[in-house]
Design a protein around this ligand. Structure first.
Ligand SMILES: Cc1cc2nc3c(=O)[nH]c(=O)nc-3n(C[C@H](O)[C@H](O)[C@H](O)COP(=O)(O)OP(=O)(O)OC[C@H]3O[C@@H](n4cnc5c(N)ncnc54)[C@H](O)[C@@H]3O)c2cc1C
Length: 399
């Protein structure tokens, strides 16, 4: 950004021409390709793999990956634009995108070795490979340091044992085909009484890696697959260790920042769509001889939703603007934006259902799907209670 930027004309949401063009490209793609399939894939619990691969053609699967590794070399704000616009139509599909592009690919691109990046990123950026990230376990989510998966070095391999739970893109189709690339966290030792966490790339054909339970009948986010992954004496070549042994607590903390900001951006898309639906409906639908938008209670739903959406959007975009993907630095605010935006998104979708009355409760009118999807964003990538805990801890350090 230029030092002489005119703050009166500066657009926080599209700071450069490149950001505006990106937003328009996604809007066009969403209208033509994402919206027509969204309800069907939600109802049938189907991940749309061919559509996902089209995101590769648009350069979105490696949006933050430097161009020398086949990515688009864009910033965190660009990633926010993509997540907001995809979630305007299909948050479930967007979650599968986020699991690949943010949780797996962005993390790998900023922590892997030259050799690893050169060999794997082109396949991840094109969509030839679908990626996922495995941190949570059946008995451990928020308390991540309590993870049980272990990797033990033996000769030129590590032997990984453990189970990972709730993994988005853990399968890529109904028959349970595993993801091509799993970025998995495991304990490799202990230092000063604390577990040392390392991360590895597990590839689809590695011995001892399989898909466990497929999580069916989720309330929302049904257009993305969720599965348990099982590692039973899984043999990982040492060349698939990311960074050095014990480095990955830092990788995890840094990547959680972009994860939380883009999850918050998904809530912005949900809120914007819910607003558009309720504003239009309240203008057209009449009761007691007047359009609904003449009633004060309906006005409160619309106006509160607009103001809360706008406030959250300013916080999300301002935080994204300040992010440097190579460093930690927006820890408090990445928790903060997710805390504010996800509950806002859920509340706005809820009000939209209320404004539409009975129609709001039916799939064709979109907002009931958005409301179900919105709830997950208060849980995944950190629960709202975890954000409250983290923010209080971090703010207390400075006073
Ligand atoms: C659809 C879906 C997709 C997901 N995708 C992925 C993925 O791709 N990869 C991945 O690794 N994980 C994924 N997750 C897991 C997700 O990140 C966890 O569900 C989340 O971190 C919460 O962990 P948990 O479910 O174990 O809940 P728990 O940690 O057991 O929490 C249960 C409740 O206790 C509260 N709680 C816990 N500790 C505290 C505390 N100290 N103070 C106050 N309250 C507390 C929580 O806030 C929550 O309300 C996904 C989950 C879902 C549902």
């Amino acid at each position: 950004m230029s030092a002489n930027v005119d703050l009166r004309t500066f657009d926080l949401f599209n700071p450069t021409e490149e950001h505006s063009m990106l937003r328009q490209t996604i809007k066009d793609f969403v209208k033509a390709e994402v919206e027509p399939q969204a309800l069907h894939h939600d109802r049938k619990e189907l991940f749309n793999l061919p559509l996902f691969r089209k995101l590769g053609e648009l350069g979105l699967l490696g949006i933050t990956v430097p161009e020398e590794y086949s990515g688009s070399g864009m910033d965190a704000l660009a990633a926010v634009i993509v997540h907001e616009e995809l979630s305007y139509s299909d948050p479930g599909f967007c979650l599968a995108y986020l699991a690949h592009a943010m949780l797996a690919v962005n993390n790998f691109a900023f922590n892997a070795s030259e050799v690893q990046k050169k060999s794997m990123l082109p396949k991840l950026c094109s969509g030839e490979w679908v990626g996922c990230m495995a941190m949570s376990e059946p008995h451990v989510g928020t308390d991540v340091m309590g993870m049980k998966a272990t990797a033990v070095a033996t000769g030129d391999h590590y032997i990984l044992n453990g189970r990972k739970m709730w993994i988005t893109n853990g399968t890529i189709d109904e028959s349970g085909t595993p993801a091509d690339f799993v970025l998995v966290y495991a304990i490799t030792g202990e230092k000063n009484g604390r577990p040392q966490i390392s991360s590895f790339v597990v590839e689809k054909d590695f011995v001892g890696y399989s898909v466990g339970q497929k999580i069916r009948d989720k309330s929302g986010m049904r257009a993305s697959n969720t599965a348990e992954l099982v590692f039973d004496n899984c043999k990982i070549p040492k060349t698939n260790l990311i960074g050095h042994e014990g480095d990955s607590m830092l990788h995890m903390m840094r990547n959680l920042e972009i994860e939380r900001v883009t999850l918050a951006a998904m809530s912005l898309g949900i809120a914007k769509r819910s607003l558009d639906v309720m504003i239009r409906y309240a203008k057209e639908r009449e009761a007691f001889g007047k359009p609904l938008n003449h009633f004060g209670q309906i006005q409160k739903y619309i106006a509160d939703s607009y103001a809360e959406y706008k406030a959250a959007a300013c916080y999300v975009y301002d935080t994204a603007r300040k992010m440097d993907l190579t460093k930690e630095g927006q820890r408090v605010d990445s928790d903060g934006v997710k805390l504010v935006a996800t509950t806002m998104g859920k509340n706005v979708a809820d009000r939209a259902i209320q404004v539409l009355g009975g129609y709001g409760y039916v799939g064709e009118y979109v907002v009931e799907r958005l409301w179900r999807d919105a709830k997950l964003l208060e849980i995944g990538g950190g629960t709202i209670e975890a954000h409250q805990k983290n923010i209080t801890r971090d703010l207390s350090k400075h006073l």
